[in-house]
Design a protein around this ligand. Sequence first.
Ligand code: GLU
Length: 467
Amino acid sequence: MNQVRVRIAPSPTGEDLHIGNVYTALINYIFAKKHKGMFIVRIEDTDRERIVEYSEKRILESLNWLGLNYNEGPDIGGSYGPYRQSDRLKYYQEYAQNLIEKRHAYYCFCSPQRLDEMRKKQQLERKPTLYDGFCKKYSLEEAREKAKKEKYVIRLNVPDEGVTEFNDLIRGKITFENKLIDDQILLKSDGFPTYHLAVVIDDNLMKISHVIRAEDWISSTPKHVLLYKYFEWKLPIYVHGPLLRNPDRSKLSKRKNPVWVSWYKEQGFLPEAILNYLALMGWSMPEEKELFSLEEMIQNFQLEDIKPVGPAFDIKKLEWLNGEYIRKSQISNLKSQIYKFINGKYPEDLIGKTIPLIQERIKKLSDYLPLCEFIFEEPQKYEIDLSSKKDVMFAIFDALQKLGEWKAELIGISMQEVAKKLGMKNSEFFMLLRVAMTGKKISPPLNESMEILGKEEAVQRIFQWVK
Ligand code: GLU
């Protein structure tokens, strides 16, 4: 195999990197690593109306956050740049002219009104809405003259007959009838290329060996195949992976599932867990192993093994997997992840002390603060009104005061004694103590939490009910 060079080509038209694009990026990345190839990011920003200003920056940040490091890209450069299509306009113009000369493309001067009428008529006649070739009648000289004065686009000259075929590595041969392929606009009247022209030129100039993308690009591929043929370029190997889908099989969409990487980050999903989960969307490890690292995936991965249809995207399963990753984390690692996640709001060493208490209990980093905030701040609310429990509080206060060594075990023994002395049921007594310390009826293990709080703070939390 020649050098493997693969790419993702996100369009900066959304909030951030789409989780579906993360899936595509992951397969490209793994495949590149497996074959010691290059993984490239190209920004496809030719659809000027849909551009979202900060999108490119976030897309690149998200790729880095996920650890899908790329070898060439708009921010780091490379030998085949620029890697942003709006910086490559000269290529598209030049190659469009090349097609015009070979009559594989032609100028089209049709007005929006004419195109609209044409489409309406086609719809009425229940025909496919394709450009009718009206402007093919001009000779090249006539068209060039007209183009000096009138607005124009450049269209692909698709043969009326025959078929266009390509081989997809995981789907086999896919055939399209030429009469159903539109004379696609290649260059728009603003001088910008459409996706179809730009993607083919760039993939060729950037020496992309395998085009690995989602299945919704299959219907565009025959246009690309024709372009490769007209340019007399070697076709890349095509792989159209499965789309991520909602449980009802519709394409994963904002309305039914969160789609932006930023959401997953804010929720405290770990990059490793996200990638591990996505890997399962169309591929499986030997023996259906569910938890595995990128390294293991690289070792076992074969492009051919990707299934054309994946399971539905299931956020509950991702949560479960994320919890598994949290449990597997080293304490020091989890500590610093939580510290970063809460933007350094509370001291890192104190967070470290709480980890053994909560590591088994949280599924996402965002579960941490609701469970542990009482360690850092006095509770704002108490789930039981303790003002009528003065006697109990006083007995606790007294016993805690007298404790010499402040250790979870000793705190526990002393509190058992207090409960006994008061003749209270353990469950009832410890519920009051728990609420006094944490504000909540459910909390991490109490004695250990009190040890972390420290004697002074714990006594103070009781004392306020005695005053
Ligand atoms: N710009 C396209 C996208 O936004 C790229 C499709 C392709 O990979 O060819 O997904």
